[in-house]
Ligand binder design. Sequence first.
Ligand SMILES: Cc1cc2nc3c(=O)[nH]c(=O)nc-3n(C[C@H](O)[C@H](O)[C@H](O)COP(=O)(O)OP(=O)(O)OC[C@H]3O[C@@H](n4cnc5c(N)ncnc54)[C@H](O)[C@@H]3O)c2cc1C
Length: 380
Amino acid sequence: MSPLDADVIVAGGGPAGLAAAIGAAGAGRSVIVIEPRVGVIDKACGEGLMPGALAGLAALGIDAVPGRDFRGIRYRDAVDPAAVADGDFPHHPGRGVRRTALHGALLARARAVGVQWREGRVTGVEQSGDGVRALGPCARGLAGRYLIAADGLHSPVRRMLGLDGPIHGVARRFGVRRHYRRTPWIDRVEVHWAADCEAYVTPVADDRVGVAFLFDRPGRFDALMARFPLLAERLGDADAVTAPRGAGPFRQRAKRVVDGRVLLVGDAAGYLDPLTGEGIAIGLGTAAAAIAAVVADRPGRYRRGWRRATRRYFALTGGLLWISRSRLRRLIVPVARRLPVVFDTALRLLGGRGPDALPAPSADQASAGQRASSQASSAS
Ligand SMILES: Cc1cc2nc3c(=O)[nH]c(=O)nc-3n(C[C@H](O)[C@H](O)[C@H](O)COP(=O)(O)OP(=O)(O)OC[C@H]3O[C@@H](n4cnc5c(N)ncnc54)[C@H](O)[C@@H]3O)c2cc1C
């Protein structure tokens, strides 16, 4: 293999990619992130960071992200004002955080620990016994010992490697979100259940709430809002301060999460649905597991690490998704209300301290990463 540009190349600079980059730099590895978009990136997201996501961020050395704490979840019927169920996380609150604030905090941390960037897209991957080359961002591509594919839900790297898994017999679901200038009326994430669509309201600042709709029959934002009269009433004449931003279809599978020296993390490794608001926690957890395998020089270990980091998410989200698509859907709010033990159990699972997290990089490790990065850059 020709000289390395970095020990670890990361395709995609979203939360999972930056978490992997910070983790690798913290372990003394040189890292280059390849990302087509420059600076702080916004994205369709419900913006509710569950306690596990906050623990994952703290492990990366990110303790304070601007936002607003929420202590649990409220389920309510979209039209019946009396049908309401409240639940709290057992130990730590979650936090509503604008996606731009989250990305800005990850970017700042990545820069501080010496992560390097190349603007562009990965358009091809070549592997040899001892390395991998990401084609696209520059004429001869970038060579590393490992490639972390963190290029999102519709991962081009996953597709290039023939790793797209089959999706059978499931209606496609989509999401769209926007923000309103409005004092939050509740210190929980509020989930409104309509007949065939959910609305998530997340407090993200003292004067701002985010509204995300999840659905399988696309419609304009206003048409979706019309299915939630109690929410529309709550918002009143509050100004919409962002344009609608959408994403989907959600459900994606990877045949494998490791292919030689390529490790898939975050949404790229497979995703079900944002129903339980765990995408960021999963992105951080899978990134941590992938870097642990890379640092041990045992990429195959990541299979187990990925399963451990995602098992609970797939069980909880898969179960809720199944119920929500069955005739039991209309019982979700009444059951959560009348059987608080069921709701509390779900919140205990959601409120856990999260999947395997990386130790925060020490100052020594950070400067080692910085040194290695500049050596690798000057060699390239
Ligand atoms: C409507 C909605 C609501 C949600 N609500 C929540 C919530 O409340 N809480 C929560 O935790 N999660 C939520 N999620 C999920 C969460 O947003 C995702 O799980 C998370 O963004 C995944 O991060 P990622 O880094 O894997 O991917 P992304 O954030 O998608 O980042 C992928 C990056 O890869 C880059 N890229 C793409 N192609 C290439 C290429 N060829 N080469 C290099 N780079 C490339 C992209 O530009 C992008 O920056 C929600 C999602 C949606 C859609």
